[in-house]
Design a protein around this ligand. Structure first.
Ligand SMILES: Cc1ncc(COP(=O)(O)O)c(C=O)c1O
Length: 401
């Protein structure tokens, strides 16, 4: 019935590639099988106690249960400004350059919705976190993809990056207005140095496009590496916004708290569109987020240490099992090339086989775009014993012919 009535927005969205692997995973679980799950970037740890306590304290107060402020309560916006000042020496006006979001995904999608005219083009390096493309498609825009080139240490090839942006800018019709950058990168873990942002800001000014930077994994670094921000560059506000989330650094993924800062025109657009969609996060969540950003940061060290230990166990045990993995310097992932004797399978079939024959779930690289099809993404969200068990299962599977 009503076949002539089409839903264009939905039809332009691709089916979720991870759904196929998820369905096998759920079926196996329902039949009682223990699946060791490295598939999602969903932190398994508990939110630090002082943040939970603040949530409860605020929830128990009068006048915290009503509608809140869509752009974020002033104290949270001030805490966001303090966070940037402390970490990156960057200053923002809490009224016009900062907005709290219900996780960075919500902010990203609504920003695209606010600023994209029909047919506008955004450049997205691939493989990519799916939202980075789909936000523009949902908004009625188009995406120009360009390959992300990096070395064996997962460091970005800057020269190639800027060559590719230039090429994509000249080839895209109409000319692209936006570029998405996400370092440390999901899914590849690729990182950059501050010098990258110096070049990027200069190029964006010269070529007249906006940069949307996502630093979701900024705090999750291994060893000496420190994540830079685009706002360490003088004048970046003219061309850029940046988004960050409390989901990963503070184990708060389910709370849905993030923020976006920077260019007044873009932040103003996001604030305005959000004011039509929401009444703000539950106030106690915002109060607790203020404490997370302003309070004791040793909890981040604890969370990082857990990922760092798991990383060592995974690198060691999987390599022993016959699957050579390369070391990332940030994020909560390993971007793993398919083992040599399984390379012909490509990522989706390999992921299905891992589930069915080794009871291990991973994210097939194809879910992040065609450029990811020789890889799978492993998230460090299972404990060390389960990582070792997964390695034993994988060893048996890899020996099969
Ligand atoms: C690069 C990147 N950005 C944003 C998000 C979304 O985070 P949030 O929980 O803040 O919506 C994720 C989640 O996995 C991510 O990987």
């Amino acid at each position: 019935m009503f076949d002539e009535i089409r839903f264009n927005t939905i039809e332009r969205l691709p089916n979720y590639v991870f759904a196929e692997v998820n369905a096998i995973k759920m079926a196996a679980r329902r039949s009682g099988e223990d699946i060791i799950d490295f598939s999602m970037g969903n932190p398994d740890g508990k939110t630090p106690q002082h943040i939970i306590d603040k949530l409860c304290e605020s929830a128990n107060k009068d006048k915290t249960s009503g509608y809140s402020v869509s752009a974020g309560i002033y104290k949270l916006r001030l805490a966001i400004c303090d966070w940037y000042k402390r970490k990156y020496g960057a200053s923002f006006d809490p009224e016009s350059e900062v907005v709290a979001t219900m996780g960075s995904k919500e902010g990203f999608v609504n920003l695209a919705r606010a600023v994209i005219n029909p047919g506008d083009v955004a450049i997205v390096p691939t493989p990519a976190y799916p939202i980075h493309s789909q936000a523009f498609i949902l908004a009625g825009g188009n995406v120009a993809k360009m390959p992300l080139i990096y070395n064996e240490k997962f460091e970005l090839d800057e020269n190639k990056f800027f060559e590719n942006v230039e090429k994509t800018l000249y080839e895209s019709i109409p000319r692209a207005k936006f570029l998405v950058v996400n370092f440390p990168h999901n899914p590849t873990t690729v990182t950059v140095q501050k010098s990258f942002y110096d070049r990027l800001v200069a190029m964006a000014k010269k070529e007249r496009f906006y940069v949307i930077s996502d630093i979701a994994y900024a705090e999750l670094t291994f060893g000496e590496y420190k994540t830079p921000s685009i706002f360490e560059v003088e004048g970046a506000k003219d061309v850029a916004v940046e988004t960050y989330t409390l989901s990963k650094s503070y184990n708060m993924a389910g709370w849905r708290v993030g923020f976006m800062v920077g260019n007044k025109k873009l932040i103003g657009a996001l604030k305005k569109i959000k004011s039509w969609f929401d009444y703000g996060m539950y106030t106690p969540i915002q109060v607790a987020a203020t404490i997370a950003l302003n309070g004791d940061q040793t909890c981040i060290e604890d969370i990082k240490n857990i990922y760092a230990k798991r990383l060592e166990v995974m690198l060691d045990s999987f390599t022993n099992a016959g699957w050579d993995l390369l070391r990332p310097s940030a994020s909560m992932f390993i971007w793993a090339k398919l083992p040599t004797n399984k390379a012909h399978l490509k990522s989706l079939e390999f992921s299905k086989q891992l589930l069915q024959k080794a009871s291990v779930a991973v994210s097939p690289g194809i879910g992040f775009g065609e450029a990811g099809d020789e890889y799978v993404r492993l998230a460090l969200i299972e404990n060390e014993n389960r990582i070792r068990q997964a390695a034993r299962n994988i060893k048996k599977y890899l020996k099969e012919e």
